[in-house]
Design a protein around this ligand. Structure first.
Ligand SMILES: NC(=O)c1ccc[n+]([C@@H]2O[C@H](COP(=O)([O-])OP(=O)(O)OC[C@H]3O[C@@H](n4cnc5c(N)ncnc54)[C@H](O)[C@@H]3O)[C@@H](O)[C@H]2O)c1
Ligand SMILES: O=C(O)C[C@H](O)C(=O)O
Length: 333
């Protein structure tokens, strides 16, 4: 068997982690032959809850789980970490936008960037989940200059899954029949869920989603708004932000990054822009990416962008650029 991977989950006493940890520990991300050591980081006041989570992890008696290490010390927790799932941050409540969390959360990611820079393995893979996820990932990357910037990503897979599920429900097909829905930009209400490249398997034949749905008005209006506002709709209904679906999306994101996706398919991840599609370089912007079995990815280039898409891609870029400037001034103050 392989050497154990050291996987860190922050916010480990919180609600997303409670759905995430079992899935990671039983092999859904790194596969059935990869043992793991789980490091669970939270803050001092949550230590009691964290100890309860550790007991439950032990009591699952999972074959791949070699060790569970609770921690409230950031520098210790990041030591030699291979993969970090940065969930720990304040969630928004009803009526807030995710960027309203910026002042409260961004400093957490500055401090985690410092810890990654000095403590973690140099090829660490990071997914930021805590909101505003893209901008937090930007700050984390900035404060970890010794790490390849491409190793900092933020979660927009939940948005991709939401888009895919809306299309599947509209067509009455299984979720796995729908492929290549793209999320562009920010994990916020300006994100642009784009089905122009998406395909669906219908009766054994692959066809463009637009052709199958035959309702451009729905695709260009209600569909986009539903995906953009889904997080807020869940908060309104549950009085808590999404957790089960967020955990599932983290599993999907890291599993596909680690293992690669089949030829001809791609997934959406918020990654540092390399200037593709004229998006400001360095911003953590969600693009379609092709992941590979060597744990790398490349942004899918050359997709046709019409005027409708361009306008939406620019609007979400503008918001990210503004968030970046706000975050930098918070971190520098
Ligand atoms: N990107 C996405 O798709 C997505 C989806 C859902 C939720 N989120 C975000 O994920 C975050 C967590 O959500 P949740 O529902 O689990 O919240 P939660 O309040 O249930 O849990 C958050 C946990 O993080 C801990 N924490 C706070 N500061 C920390 C720090 N500095 N280090 C370590 N742990 C720390 C808290 O003590 C708490 O246990 C929120 O910011 C939420 O908005 C993002
Ligand atoms: O909407 C939120 O604040 C939580 C999360 O980002 C989501 O999309 O469900």
């Amino acid at each position: 068997m392989a050497e154990p991977l050291r996987v860190l989950v922050t916010g480990a006493a919180g609600q997303i982690a409670y759905s995430l940890l079992y899935s990671v520990a039983k092999g859904d991300v790194f596969g059935p032959n990869q043992p793991i050591i789980l490091v669970l980081l939270d803050i001092q006041p949550m230590l009691g809850v964290l100890e309860g989570v550790v007991m439950e992890m032990m009591d699952c008696a999972l074959p791949l789980l070699r060790e569970v290490i609770p921690s409230v010390n950031e520098m210790e927790a990041f030591k030699d970490v291979d993969v970090a799932m940065l969930v720990g941050a304040m969630p928004r409540r009803e009526g807030m936008e995710r960027k309203d969390l910026l002042a409260a959360n961004v400093k957490i990611f500055k401090s985690m960037g410092n810890a990654i820079d000095t403590q973690a393995k140099k090829n660490i893979k990071v997914v930021v989940v805590g909101n505003p996820a893209n901008t937090n990932a930007y700050i984390c990357k900035k404060y970890a200059p010794s790490i390849n910037p491409a190793n900092f990503t933020a979660l927009t897979r939940l948005d991709q899954n939401r888009a895919q599920a809306q299309i599947a429900a509209k067509l009455g097909v299984s979720n796995s029949s729908v492929k290549n829905c793209v999320i562009w930009g920010n994990h916020s209400s300006t994100q642009y869920p784009d089905v122009n490249q998406a395909v669906v398997d219908l009766n054994g034949k692959s066809m463009p989603v637009r052709e199958a749905v035959k309702d451009d008005n729905w695709l260009n209006n209600d569909f986009i708004k539903t995906v953009q506002q889904r997080g807020a709709a869940v908060i309104k209904a549950r009085k808590l932000s999404s957790a089960m679906s967020a955990a599932k999306a983290i599993v999907d994101h890291v599993r596909d990054w680690w293992n690669g996706v089949p030829d001809g398919t791609y997934v959406s991840m918020a990654v540092p822009s390399d200037g593709s599609y004229n998006i400001e370089e360095g911003l953590i912007y969600s693009f379609p990416v092709r992941t590979k079995p060597d744990h790398t990815y490349e942004i899918v280039k050359g997709l046709t962008i019409n005027d409708f898409s361009r306008e939406k891609m620019d609007a979400t870029e503008k918001e990210l650029s503004e968030e970046k400037n706000m975050a930098l001034s918070v971190c520098e103050s």
